[in-house]
Design a protein around this ligand. Structure first.
Ligand SMILES: *Cc1c(COP(=O)(O)O)cnc(C)c1O
Length: 390
């Protein structure tokens, strides 16, 4: 068991709330209000002058959102954190804070498709060039970095699950004077704490494992106060993707069980990935835990991976015969999900990273939920039997 894990278990028990206003409730209240009133003119002007720090309007400071931000900052070992209305809200505000027209970004290939589309649309219109590299190839990254303003990381990457030596990539970024940002949604702070590996800023789609219950769309970025303050001051108020109090409250609730959920996702997914790898009908399994060892700094694996079928399986029949696995995007909740590669390739949205990076049409992505390994394996086996073409 790694050190981060034990620290985490203790943290998940913390109740963060303002005792004075919460009637000693064990769960912090939802401060569901758009604005906060002042008793006097003097109090109001002091707040506007910045002489006192207190909530004014919920697009700025909201106590429930702040409770979530403080909890996430502790989990990531960060000085500060900032919540967003979605993971994409966190990604766009973070990137737009630190780049300007004419700058260049280096990104690992196979990043989350909508991050890729942000780079290929809005950033492109700002004359910002993005160079994609194989994040496992440190020499290629070293060669791409000179002159780059920012390196955008995700490890493991979406769909194909390429896992990187995050500490080595952060060191390269430092050497070349590039700001490093990583999407840590897959591993969560239970299994990977990038700031400790030298990355400048870590962000999440909190819609995934941080929530854990498929009932929230949210995002967060964490790092040194000086960098988080710039996002808080220069981008979030104007782009406006502020996290809502109720969603923050659901996140605080969900994060208390992150440790045990992640352990359950890890053991079920690893076992199912290992069993799939033994089947003749399966060509490749993309799961970082199947190799000899995990990259340094990655202390465990989550429930999301993909695999490819050889010829001889009707993938549509396979999907339609699954009973526990549901066809659906997103992941990180209690439920098991499947997304077929062919469906992703059929997507109309442009630019389409799936085409760009040669996504295998015979691959499917699984999210292994909390229903239990044997029930899920039985479901997969039964669907494979029905879908096998003799
Ligand atoms: C879902 C996802 C995002 C986007 O998050 P939203 O909360 O849907 O905006 C970003 N990165 C990864 C890896 C994701 O899976």
């Amino acid at each position: 068991m790694n050190e981060g894990f034990d620290r985490f278990a203790a943290l998940s028990l913390i109740t963060t709330h303002d005792d004075h206003n919460a009637f000693d409730a064990v769960v912090p209240p939802i401060v569901q209000t758009s604005l906060f009133t002042f008793a006097t003119y003097d109090e109001m002007i002091a707040a506007y002058r910045g002489e006192i720090v207190r909530p004014v309007y919920s697009r700025g400071l909201n106590p429930t959102v702040r409770a979530f931000e403080e909890m996430l900052a502790k989990l990531e070992g960060a000085e500060d954190a900032l919540g967003f209305a979605s993971g994409m809200g966190a990604i766009s505000a973070t990137v737009l804070t630190f780049i300007k027209p004419g700058d260049r970004i280096v990104a690992v290939r196979n990043v989350y498709p909508d991050a890729y589309r942000l780079f290929g649309t809005i950033l492109k219109r700002m004359q910002i060039d993005v160079t994609y590299v194989d994040g496992r190839d440190l020499a290629a990254v070293d060669k791409a970095l000179p002159g780059a303003k920012l390196i955008y990381l995700e490890s493991p990457t979406s769909w194909v699950m390429e896992a990187h030596d995050v500490g080595a990539l952060a060191a390269l970024a430092k050497r070349h004077g590039a700001l490093s940002v990583i999407d840590n949604s897959w591993a969560s702070p239970a299994f990977q704490r990038p700031l400790g590996l030298g990355v400048d800023l870590v962000l999440h789609s909190a819609s995934k494992y941080l929530s854990g219950h498929s009932d929230v769309v949210a995002g967060v970025v964490a790092g040194p106060k000086q960098l988080v303050d710039r996002i808080r001051g220069e981008s979030l108020p104007y782009l406006g993707a502020k996290l809502s109090p109720f969603d923050a409250w659901l996140l605080v609730r969900g994060m208390r069980t992150l440790t045990i959920r992640m352990k359950a996702h890890e053991s079920s997914a690893l076992e199912i990935a290992r069993r799939l790898a033994t089947l003749d009908i399966v060509a490749t399994v993309n799961h970082p835990g199947l190799g000899n060892s995990l990259p340094p700094g990655l202390d465990g694996t989550s429930g999301l991976f993909s695999f490819s079928f050889r010829e001889g399986i009707d993938i549509r029949a396979f999907c339609d015969h699954l009973k526990i696995f549901k066809l659906g995007v997103s992941w990180g909740g209690h439920e098991s999900l499947i997304v077929p590669g062919e469906v992703v390739l059929a997507q109309k949205a442009m630019p389409n990273s799936a085409h760009e990076f040669g996504l295998d049409p015979r691959s499917v992505r699984l999210h292994i939920g909390l229903e239990g390994t044997e029930a899920l394996w039985t479901d997969l086996q039964a669907a494979i039997d029905v879908a096998t073409i003799d």
